[in-house]
Design a protein around this ligand. Structure first.
Ligand SMILES: O=P(O)(O)OC[C@H]1O[C@H](O)[C@H](O)[C@@H](O)[C@@H]1O
Length: 552
């Protein structure tokens, strides 16, 4: 049974503490020297992806103890519960059934005793029909010209997943439509997007599960105003405005025609919703067949996560490695380093996925945790990061485990660009692993012509400790299938960590307070000069706003 008792009282936890003492000073460089089979031993394949996890601070005993921890925490049962639609999101009393959105099996999935699969499939058919009409110019703008641009208006999970998949699959954009994502509440962003567009050939998709999110409603209202002020009429709105929402009433109140609203369900979390009609802008860009391939890739990873033994289960292995560093090495961050231009939005998506899911301090039972949970996720696209933040990765006082993510083949195989890109990726993880000793630094400096005395002075600056862990995830090419399995891999990694830590990975109460206070601050910014109920710092900033607004 999952989540019973405290994580730290589990026997394997105590064993891991002892084991950490035993191996923490050992260097991976020595392990590789002694064991030529390390790569073979520590790699796993699933759903078209391969994970090399040999460059981690682990030996076989570590893996065995981590797997015992997973067993003792009831991970297999918790995975079953997730797929079976148990109310794993306890604080909202809901299942988390994003896996139903890509369920290509004949398995029924029940929510309140009703099989949800027919509705899921019906929605994909509606998406297909809609994409067909737009992409084949059957559904046109108000002056009968075909659409040229689609503006997706949404934020958080209603933005990051579709945005990531759209940029990851840019080589598959075959409709000629330009897709724009409008998320932030920032006059500059909306201005920059709309100024290039023609209302007569622009389609809007308002994407909000709740249809109550401030940024989305403000942006949608402004887009509608812009449409009406620039040639569109009230009667034309239904040709140009569609929505994806679980709140049909609010969407219709806003003015979206009911037949233009695609459904969402409360059993899909926002950050897990790419696979639903939230993926509509993506489907418009790449076509429904490619969108289905994305779902199939995710489904392949689901089946792997659901059925593979823990020791061969890629998301479980990644979850346990992450826990090993957070809870035993005291690490508090994790870097995501895609070596692929098309995957450059991955760190941003994984920030929400991971930090909103596992950035929690209270267990499912309502107790304060006595161990750390989800790390800070950060990162950036290679090789740009090498010329920026990798310095800290190599020589900083903090260490951050890294995921290097690399397709072995490029969509654009020009010259030897791709071999150069991959060589950078592989040599970064190699450098993190092996480092450079003082002796090596001295010898290198002397070989470059420096005197021994000078070399001795400079060498300490050039020492790189190494022994810094990384995973390398690779696959043949960033196709819809592999991108689907890659995103699902991280969803399951995060879910497995949440299960181990005993937190609810499917709620996000922490984001609410800022929203509540935001309304009060907005009224002060727009009115009062002194707000007695607001703290001194915030009041000072409100006064500065008033002052500077008056000066301009
Ligand atoms: O889709 P919506 O209801 O507009 O929600 C958009 C986003 O806002 C919320 O505040 C949450 O932080 C996100 O998890 C969610 O995806």
């Amino acid at each position: 049974m999952a989540y019973q008792g405290s994580l730290t009282s589990v026997q394997a936890w105590q064993d891991l503490q002892q084991h950490h003492q035993d191996i923490r000073d050992q260097h991976m460089r020595d392990w590789f020297a002694k064991d030529p089979q390390r790569f073979e031993r520590f790699h796993v394949e699933a759903a078209g992806l391969t994970l090399d996890y040999s460059k981690n601070r682990i030996n076989q005993h570590t893996v065995q103890l981590l797997l015992e921890l997973a067993q003792q925490r009831g991970l297999p049962g918790a995975i079953r519960n997730l797929f079976q639609g148990e109310h794993v999101n306890r604080s909202e009393d809901r299942p988390a059934l994003h896996t139903a959105l890509r369920n290509f099996s004949e398995r029924e999935i029940l929510v309140n005793d009703v099989n949800i699969m027919p509705e899921v499939r019906h929605t994909v058919h509606r998406m297909e029909e809609f994409c067909w009409k737009i992409r084949r110019n059957q559904w046109r703008g108000y002056d009968n010209r075909p659409f040229t641009d689609v503006v997706s208006i949404g934020i958080g999970g209603s933005f990051l997943g579709p945005k990531l998949a759209s940029s990851a699959l840019k080589p598959y954009w075959d409709s000629g439509l330009n897709i724009h994502y409008l998320a932030n509440i920032d006059g500059s962003h909306i201005t920059e997007i709309l100024k290039r567009l023609d209302p007569a050939t622009t389609l809007f998709i308002v994407q909000s599960k709740s249809f109550g999110t401030q940024e989305t409603l403000k942006n949608a209202t402004a887009c509608r105003r812009w449409f009406l002020d620039n040639g569109g009429s009230e009667q034309d709105l239904s040709r140009h405005f569609t929505a994806v929402s679980a709140n049909v009433q609010k969407a219709t109140e806003f003015g979206i025609a009911e037949e233009n609203i695609f459904p969402m369900w409360d059993w899909v979390g926002g950050r897990y919703s790419l696979w639903s009609a939230m993926g509509l802008p993506l489907a418009l860009a790449i076509g429904i067949d490619n969108f289905r391939d994305l779902l199939r890739g995710a489904y392949a990873m689901d089946e792997h996560f659901r059925t593979a033994p823990l020791a061969e289960n890629m998301p479980v292995i990644m979850a346990l490695l992450g826990l090993w560093y957070v809870n035993f090495f005291g690490v508090n961050s994790h870097a995501i380093l895609p070596y692929d231009h098309y995957l450059r939005s991955l760190p941003a998506h994984l920030q929400q996925l991971d930090m909103e899911s596992n950035g929690k301090s209270i267990t499912l039972d309502g107790n304060q945790v006595d161990y750390h949970t989800g790390p800070i996720i950060w990162g950036g696209v290679g090789t740009n990061g090498q010329h920026a933040f990798h310095q800290l990765l190599h020589q900083g006082t903090h260490f951050s485990p890294c995921d290097f993510i690399v397709p072995m083949c490029s969509h654009n195989p020009i010259d030897n660009f791709h071999a150069m890109l991959v060589s950078n990726c592989l040599s970064q993880s190699q450098a993190l692993l092996q480092g450079k000793s003082e002796q090596e630094a001295i010898e290198e400096l002397i070989a470059s012509g420096m005197s021994k005395a000078e070399a001795l002075v400079l060498a300490p600056q050039k020492v790189i400790p190494g022994n810094r862990p990384s995973n390398t995830l690779y696959f043949p090419k960033a196709t819809p299938h592999t991108v689907g399995s890659l995103i699902a891999l991280y969803e399951h990694k995060v879910a497995a960590q949440g299960m181990l830590w005993g937190v609810n990975s499917f709620d996000q109460w922490g984001v609410e307070l800022g929203k509540q206070l935001g309304n009060r601050v907005l009224s002060a910014l727009e009115g009062e000069t002194i707000a007695d109920d607001i703290d001194g710092s915030t009041n000072g900033l409100i006064r500065a706003f008033h002052k500077m607004q008056q000066q301009l």
